[in-house]
Design a protein around this ligand. Sequence first.
Ligand code: NAD
Length: 340
Amino acid sequence: MKAGIIGLKMGRQHLSGYLQNNIEVAGICDIDQTLLKNVQHQFNIHVATADYQELLAEKDIDIISVASPDYFHREHCCSALLAGKHVLCEKPLALNLEDCIEIIKAVRQSGKKFMIGQVCRFAPGFVLTKEIINSGEIGELFFVESEYAHDYSVAEGVGKWRKDKRRKPFIGGGCHAVDLLRWITGDPVEVFAYSNHKCLVDWPVDDATIAIYRFENDVMGKVFCSIGCIRPYTMRSVFYGTKGTIISDNTSDHILLCSTRYFKRKANYNFAKIPVNIAHHNVAAEIRYFVDCILSDRRIETDEIEGTKTVASCLGAVISSEQHRPVNIRDEMFSRFIHL
Ligand SMILES: NC(=O)c1ccc[n+]([C@@H]2O[C@H](COP(=O)([O-])OP(=O)(O)OC[C@H]3O[C@@H](n4cnc5c(N)ncnc54)[C@H](O)[C@@H]3O)[C@@H](O)[C@H]2O)c1
């Protein structure tokens, strides 16, 4: 198989990911001509174009990575699918449910494979955390929390696309934390959220949000998202179960596990350190999974519905903070696409 990539900043990581999996990148697209030519020469790529339709017209390209700014995901994904390509799209799937629904319809119409790149599902520490939870080591979950703390003052994006009122940080960035909790805990049922705007005062959006979720099985959850905090990037996440607790931070080289099996006497409670590879943007593993699913014609776990559920769960929090009311995610959000 051969791949093509739209957008060459995050898309550069996709390029490395394809090469690490011995997939040829036969075409690239970016509106920045200098970047385009540099990447073409460095990797000896056959087609380099600023017009994504030219890339999609290449018959021998089977897979397209969509790594353009969020607003273009709908147009780029739908066009690529309808041109007969399998598509790997960067998160978030889109910034609103209407765009997500159009992508779902295009997947159905094309019959091609589609994957949303929720890369946290491939971070070794989070993968191990999920395995330990599934093994029963910490009992039944009762509270889960995650955060997306990332100072965007130096990450406005090319042409400042992130600094746009359509791009709610809780959807654009917070989707990582919400998707992680959904992956480990299940779907949220209801959300209540507060937002404020004290750090990036020249941005047109609230820069901090805290959302409280109620998940299936009566698990409680909390997601904090800040794009103006003064601290290094982190997604520190904590999972509390009836028999133990796990602290997992994707910027740490270990996870912390405390469980009653290890610490039989309450007075001795402590955390065991389990080493992990940091690799918080493990795009190579993401691409390996995508390619395996295509080659073996397997269902992709992180498909268009999963991507939409995460956007919907984030959107519920945005609506809640704007309208100062709880939002029922199942009735108000999932009901709009789950039947498709
Ligand atoms: N998985 C992650 O953790 C992660 C990290 C960063 C970005 N992302 C996602 O990747 C996507 C791109 O983000 P980024 O950080 O690379 O942004 P960026 O602004 O750094 O780069 C975007 C690139 O796309 C190009 N571009 C813009 N419009 C285009 C168009 N119409 N056609 C072709 N090329 C176009 C720009 O010239 C630029 O090179 C976004 O959806 C973002 O949310 C994901």
